[in-house]
Design a protein around this ligand. Structure first.
Ligand SMILES: Nc1ncnc2c1ncn2[C@@H]1O[C@H](COP(=O)(O)OP(=O)(O)OP(=O)(O)O)[C@@H](O)[C@H]1O
Length: 459
């Protein structure tokens, strides 16, 4: 696996460590380059001497497209609060090296892990099943992929209905290198009477109707993944039964006397806030801590608007089984502005309904929308805009900042859609060509000034 990294020395005092690090990494067959415009993605190292305001200001631009470790290579070591600030500014990790020393092993280990995770994220095992490029979704997927492939921790996936918890549990199984099956136990269907047999299996004659011995979920999951779906719905008496098998990794069949060992990875999902359930006594705290080795939360579709159209195209491709038809602008607008209380599942159903009504060659047109929804005019500002402004206000943003950000986002989006064509973007935004040019130039200057606040040192 060839490792590649860029290096940025943001303060002159760290230049000596930079030179040492470059030599050590090259000896370890890592391709190291100075960061320059156009080569900002992949993995990066930011060497600094002091975690000052200028560094914190420059870091977000450096980390925008790259996985970056920030290394304090000399000077005053950053405090805990400064380390947190560096993470908040976009660094994935903060390392400390005493003046004049370097530890290439620390860097190598992180580069290897990051590259392995990036390769998995780009693989068919992930991308063919799970669609989404929004920041909220990719951050979650990154965590799940890393935990699935590099740990055996039990995982608790929480989130609203239809947000992909089941798909993520299957992903954990695919990436987990286990030999056994993916065994699903839907906790909503477990009745206290039959649960013992479902979970632990039974011996022949254990109860009326038990004509033959049968394996339960714990036996079926041996060597694989046991997925407890809707774990928040488990009645308390069943939680006690489960706890022992999960804790000790052994169980007895109903009507049996011998302990059977079983090894499985546990993944649980729920749309309940399990901490609240624990606090109100509806979920056992000891079971909660056993199942929540690693916790993650799936974002609702309203927080990943950017994923709506890619998801819709993915579902259409599945339905069409050939290159799917394009979506007419009115259909795209409808999909983007609609509410999805059932999240991705509801989007899938909506796309399926539209697909059933579409006929003939050419794009899918507005006539294919459900008749009762065809004439709904989109209104703006809508709930999403209001939610975004509310979040900005909660963070103490002033009106001028909110206005400038809204303008910048609109310009960025339209320019991307128009492939950087200033004239077409200006026409769509309702400003003159020249006004847009001036605005873009000012934005570029501001960004350069922020980055240049800490000039890179030569090494
Ligand atoms: N990122 C995604 N990419 C592609 N399809 C997705 C994605 N997320 C969800 N889906 C689809 O949405 C539907 C619901 O997903 P899933 O069953 O995993 O959700 P869930 O959170 O487990 O729902 P519930 O809590 O109701 O069980 C499925 O058809 C699934 O294929």
């Amino acid at each position: 696996m060839t490792l590649k990294v860029w290096l940025e020395i943001v303060q002159q005092a760290a230049a000596g460590s930079g030179a040492l690090l470059m030599t050590a990494l090259k000896q370890a067959q890592v391709t190291v380059a100075r960061r320059h415009d156009g080569e900002e993605d992949g993995a990066g190292i930011v060497l600094f001497a002091e975690a000052n305001a200028a560094l914190l200001q420059a870091l977000p631009a450096l980390c925008r497209h790259a996985s970056v470790m920030a290394i304090a290579a000399c000077g005053q070591p950053p405090s805990c609060a400064q380390k947190r600030a560096l993470l908040a500014a976009g660094a994935l990790d903060v390392l400390l090296w005493p003046a004049g020393s370097i530890d290439a092993g620390q860097v190598l280990a992180r580069l290897q892990r990051w590259q392995a995770v990036a390769q998995l994220l780009a693989s068919g095992a992930v991308r063919q099943q799970l669609v989404g490029e929004s920041a909220a979704w990719t951050a979650l997927l990154h965590q799940v992929v890393e935990m699935a492939a590099f740990s055996q921790a039990s995982m608790l996936i929480t989130g609203e209905t239809g947000t992909g918890k089941d798909l993520l549990a299957q992903l954990v199984h695919r990436l987990g290198n286990c030999s056994g099956d993916f065994t699903i136990l839907d906790c909503t269907t477990l009745s206290p009477d039959l649960a013992g047999s479902e979970l632990f299996g039974h011996e022949r004659g254990a109860f009326t109707g038990a004509a033959a011995a049968r394996d339960g979920a714990f036996a079926l999951a041996d060597g694989g993944v046991l997925f407890l779906d809707e774990v928040g719905e488990l009645p308390l008496p069943l939680q006690a039964q489960l706890l022992r098998a999960i804790q000790e990794r052994k169980y007895k069949r109903v009507g049996g006397n011998t302990w059977q060992p079983t090894q499985f990875r546990l993944v649980c999902a729920t749309n309940r806030e399990l901490e609240h359930e624990v606090a109100r006594g509806a979920f056992r705290a000891d079971l909660y801590y056993r199942i929540a080795g690693w916790r993650c939360q799936t974002p609702p579709l309203r927080e990943r608007q950017d994923d709506i159209l890619p998801l819709a195209r993915h579902f259409l491709a599945e339905l069409a089984q050939r290159p799917p038809p394009a979506l007419d602008a009115a259909v795209r607008e409808y999909l983007l502005l609609r509410d999805y209380p059932g999240n991705v599942r509801e989007l899938r159903q909506t796309v399926t309904r539209i697909w059933h009504r579409h006929c003939g060659p050419g794009p899918i047109t507005i006539g294919a929308l459900p008749p009762n929804e065809q004439l709904l005019a989109p209104h703006w500002p809508d709930q999403y805009f209001e939610a975004a402004v509310r979040r900005a206000l909660a963070q103490g943003c002033k009106l001028s900042h909110i206005t400038r950000c809204a303008t910048d986002v609109a310009i960025r989006l339209v320019l991307a859609e128009e492939h950087g064509n200033n004239q077409r973007a200006a026409a769509r935004l309702g400003v003159t060509d020249r006004a847009l040019q001036i605005r873009r130039k000012a934005a570029t200057c501001a960004e350069q000034a922020a980055t240049a606040a800490t000039p890179p040192a030569a090494f």
